[in-house]
Design a binder for this molecule. Structure first.
Ligand SMILES: Cc1ncc(COP(=O)(O)O)c(C=O)c1O
Length: 437
């Protein structure tokens, strides 16, 4: 991968080509379709995006976590081109193809646990979650679904209901889907609940014998990269087994190697009944999947789950190439390496700047939470917004997260060089230091 020429302290602004394109966009693209960066891309490679005016940016968002193998990885591009030249679409439910089967074979090997597993593919993260819920309901013949505080599962009617954050995801979009119950997510920074305390809250809300599935993100994504209390997920696994509940891991953001393991669930030694995967799976092409214990996923009758485009051949070819790259370039080891650098720097930020209330994460899935006051933990939302805005001027694209937009999260490509990571973190530190004065 070519190294970035991004230097700290430069000042970038959208040029005339971006401005002209943005004016065209404003006229014809729905207002709700907004973008973090105020420019349009010409091309991208590795961790660098070049805009239509020739400005270079370091991408710490990886297209919202879709690019563990980086932008336009040559092997992925080649696989897409080769597949497109052979056939673009059949609908797997009309005529089947090998790349779908191969991808399923590879994913069941990556999924933790000893039970035999099978896979069904879909298009988006939300679709995978929605289908996991359908499978859990079909399997248990129960209706209730349990979700967590700060969860993000998507924007369809059901997944929007399961998502926590009101604005912009839920406000004015009701009525919501029924039978969804929300409980706290025990985590060391905000809610260090014991499992017994958590269980009391749950059973006060809904009878476990009526719960079809509990859907959790092993490390919460959009919600702010919260990691659970260390014993929470193993105990949740026992609770689900005891009560006949389908345990569903939404690994749309935490999966595909980002945390240093293929699925974040592995860090906790658990075997979920169903795992949802998407985002980096096909390097941003629309592909998601549910990997499930065969007895659970096979309960659904013929054609009960599916869709016209699901498991598209180009997306499957891209995904198989993504897995090749992860294996050949040892990107999970790279996640650990980059993650250790991030962990060290973020903890230095925390000891140096009061604004940084917490530093957390696993592997390369790391974040800092910005607070106005370390005791009250009041969110420093405005400061975070300003840092993200000013970083763009210095050639760094950063992502925020959290119910109050006060968490800065890393969704870096795992092919990022140490030099690029250092450059980005230097810019970030400069801005944190300015915001702290
Ligand atoms: C954990 C999680 N689940 C589900 C989704 C929804 O995925 P999509 O936007 O592909 O529908 C996301 C997207 O950010 C996510 O982070």
């Amino acid at each position: 991968m070519k190294g970035s020429s991004v230097k700290s302290k430069k000042t970038l602004k959208p040029g005339t080509n971006s401005i002209a394109l943005l004016q065209r966009k404003e006229k014809v693209v729905a207002k709700a379709v907004t973008a973090l960066a105020p420019f349009m891309i010409d091309e991208s490679h590795g961790s660098t995006i070049t805009d239509v005016d020739g400005n270079e940016y370091l991408d710490f968002t990886g297209g919202w976590g879709c690019l563990v193998v980086g932008h336009s990885h040559p092997k992925v591009v080649k696989a897409i081109q080769a597949q497109a030249a052979k056939f673009v679409h059949t609908d797997f439910s009309v005529v089947m193809y090998e790349s779908y089967v191969e991808l399923a074979e590879r994913l069941v090997k990556y999924a933790p646990g000893k039970h035999a597993k099978k896979v069904a593919f879909f298009n988006s993260g939300a679709e995978s979650v929605e289908n996991a819920v359908k499978i859990a309901r079909y399997h248990t013949k129960r209706r209730a679904i349990v979700v967590f505080d700060r969860a993000f599962h998507g924007r369809t009617l059901l997944t929007m209901t399961m998502t926590h954050k009101a604005t912009p995801y839920k406000a004015h979009f009701g009525p919501f889907a029924p039978d969804v119950y929300r409980v706290p997510f025990p985590n060391p920074y905000h809610e260090p609940l014991t499992f017994a305390e958590w269980e009391r809250k749950l059973t006060g809300l809904v009878n476990p014998q009526e719960i079809a599935g509990i859907v959790f993100e092993p490390i919460q994504g959009e919600g702010g990269f919260y990691t659970p209390m260390p014993d929470f997920l193993p105990k949740l696994r026992e609770f689900c087994t005891k009560n006949g509940i389908v345990m569903i891991a939404d690994e749309v953001q935490s999966g595909v190697g980002r945390t240093g393991k293929f699925f974040a669930s592995e860090h906790f030694g658990i075997e979920p009944d169903l795992i949802c995967t998407a985002k980096s799976l096909a390097s941003g092409l629309p592909l998601s999947g549910v990997i499930g214990i065969s007895d659970v996923i096979d309960s659904v009758a013929d054609s009960g789950i599916g869709g016209t485009y699901v498991g598209n051949p180009i997306a499957c070819a891209a995904a198989n190439a993504v897995l090749d790259v992860i294996e050949e370039e040892k990107l999970m080891d790279q996640a650990q390496k980059l993650g250790s650098m991030l962990d060290k720097r973020f903890n230095e930020f925390k000891s140096q700047y009061k604004l940084v209330g917490d530093a957390r994460g696993m592997g390369a899935m790391r974040a800092i939470e910005l607070v106005k006051d370390r005791t009250t933990k009041e969110p420093a939302s405005e400061a975070t917004l300003k840092i993200i805005h000013d970083a763009l001027d210095q050639g760094l694209i950063l992502a925020k997260a959290g119910l109050y937009g006060h968490v800065i999260r890393m969704l870096i490509p795992l092919v990022m060089t140490e030099e690029e990571l250092k450059q980005g973190l230097t810019i970030l530190e400069g801005l944190i230091s300015e915001a702290s004065n």
